[in-house]
Structure formats: C-alpha cells, structure tokens
Design a protein around this ligand. Structure first.
Ligand code: CTP
Ligand code: MG
Length: 235
C-alpha cells in the first residue's frame, strides 16, 4: 500500500464564531481546538499530516501546537488562501508524495480513529469517498421570499462531514482544474463537489458519526467540550 496523508485545514477566519482569536485556536479542555484533530490523525494509520494555517500563522502553529504537543507526523505546515478550496489546494501541493489523501476540517475536533480508518478504507475501495450522516430533521428548500417550495425525500439526504478521502492524483487533478478556471469556483463548499464537477468519478457516501460536529457558532463550543470529554476521558 502507498503512503497516505491527511490535510488538516486551519486557515479560516471563524467569522460565524465571532471570537477575537480564530476559532481553531480557542481552548477546549485546556488545549487549542486544532490540537484534537491533529491528535486523532497522529494516532491513526495515516503516514503524514499537512497542516494548513492562516497567513502569518505557520510559526505559531509549529511552536505552540506541533512542537509543544510533540506531534511527529506533521511533515509540512503551510499557509492557506482566501477560500477553503484555495487552502485545500495548498495542502494538496504540500502532500505530493502519497497515494491517498484525507482532507479534514481543523474545526472538527471530535473526529475519532474509527471514522478516519473508515474514510481511508473508503478511498482505497471507491477512489473518492466522503463521510456523512443521514439528516435527522426535515429539510425544506425555500423560494426567494422564504416560503417552502420543496421538501426533498429525507431518506436520501445526508449531512456531509470530513474527512473527505481520495486517491491523491484524482483529487489533485480535480483541484488543479478548478483553480485554473474561475467559472467553476462559484458555490464550492466541499471537496466532493470538486471531484463531482471536475471529473467523471462518482463519490461514495459512507457513515461518519453524529459526534463529528463542525464547530461553527459559540454554542458548538459547549457541545464539543462535552463530546471531547467523553472521547478522551470516557466520562
Ligand atoms: N478553512 C480554510 N481556509 C479557508 C476557509 C476555511 O482552511 N479559506 C478551514 C477552516 O479553518 C475550517 C474548515 O475550513 O477548519 C471549515 O470551514 P468553516 O467551518 O467555514 O470555518 P471558517 O471559514 O473559519 O468559519 P466562517 O465560515 O464562520 O468564517
Ligand atoms: Mg467558512
């Protein structure tokens, strides 16, 4: 089996969190949020970790997170870009020497090794796979005036998480193509969309975990604290 890498994204500004420091550095159980995603990949069978940080934050991340917590799998720390897909592309370029790559949001600290290994196996089997969970709520699509226009069949709706896992060449070439044409970049919110739009490969959805939340707004911090306590202390 070829090498596998994880690209962990931490170049966002955390606008919806509304905090002074970017949300990935906020403290959860005494450690920066970003620590937990790196910790989970460090403990997995993934070979290398590429950390993508905000402009001017690579030194801080190397010193205060990678060195401080003695992470040994972090082979590169690089700066991201304006949109998430710019950051992913920077991470993919730094990951070059691998057969499989998992792309993960640094803002999902409650990721477990089970979900990571499942995603890696999925990449090997399907070439392109993303973790998600069936939605629990009814989802409606509104018209421009917020009247309900359509209610899609809930049995076929998934809420998509990360990791999103791919054969490296497939996802790298898809991103390269995306970045070469602004016309394609509108409304891209995840990696699966890039592969769906830029290649003929189908993306398999596999089950992640409802606990693998993305910390987006302040109340998510409380929930993440409870979940991390359970994952790391069994309480
Ligand atoms: N991200 C990134 N580069 C960007 C934008 C986002 O690396 N230009 C990362 C974030 O750091 C996060 C993940 O992508 O780990 C998911 O993004 P999101 O939850 O939207 O985080 P932010 O963009 O930071 O938050 P917001 O949208 O509220 O500003
Ligand atoms: Mg964002």
């Amino acid at each position: 089996m070829g090498r596998s890498a994880a690209v962990i994204l931490a170049a966002g500004k955390g606008t919806r969190m509304g905090s002074q420091v970017h949300k990935q550095y906020l403290t959860l159980l005494g450690r920066p949020m970003l620590y937990y995603a790196i910790k989970a990949f460090e403990a997995s069978t993934i070979d290398d970790i590429i950390l993508v940080t905000g402009q001017g934050e690579t030194g801080y991340c190397k010193k205060e997170i990678v060195d401080r917590y003695c992470f040994t799998k972090v082979s590169a720390v690089c700066e991201g870009g304006k949109e998430r897909y710019h950051s992913v592309y920077e991470g993919l370029k730094a990951a070059s020497d691998c057969e499989y790559v998992l792309i993960h949001d640094g803002a999902r600290p409650c990721i477990t090794s089970e979900v990571i290994e499942g995603a890696l196996k999925g990449a090997m089997k399907y070439k392109a796979c993303v973790v998600g969970m069936p939605v629990k709520d009814t989802i409606k699509i509104s018209d421009e005036d917020d009247y309900a226009e359509m209610t899609p069949d809930r049995n076929r709706l998934w809420q998509i998480q990360t990791p999103q896992a791919f054969e490296y060449e497939l996802v790298y070439n898809a991103y390269k193509k995306l970045l070469s044409s602004e016309a394609f970049q509108e409304g891209i919110t995840d990696d699966a969309m890039v592969v769906e739009t830029m290649t003929r490969e189908k993306v398999k959805l596999i089950r992640g975990d409802y606990t693998n939340i993305k910390v987006t707004t302040p109340e998510d911090m409380e929930i993440a604290g409870v979940l991390l306590n359970r994952i790391y202390t069994g309480k």
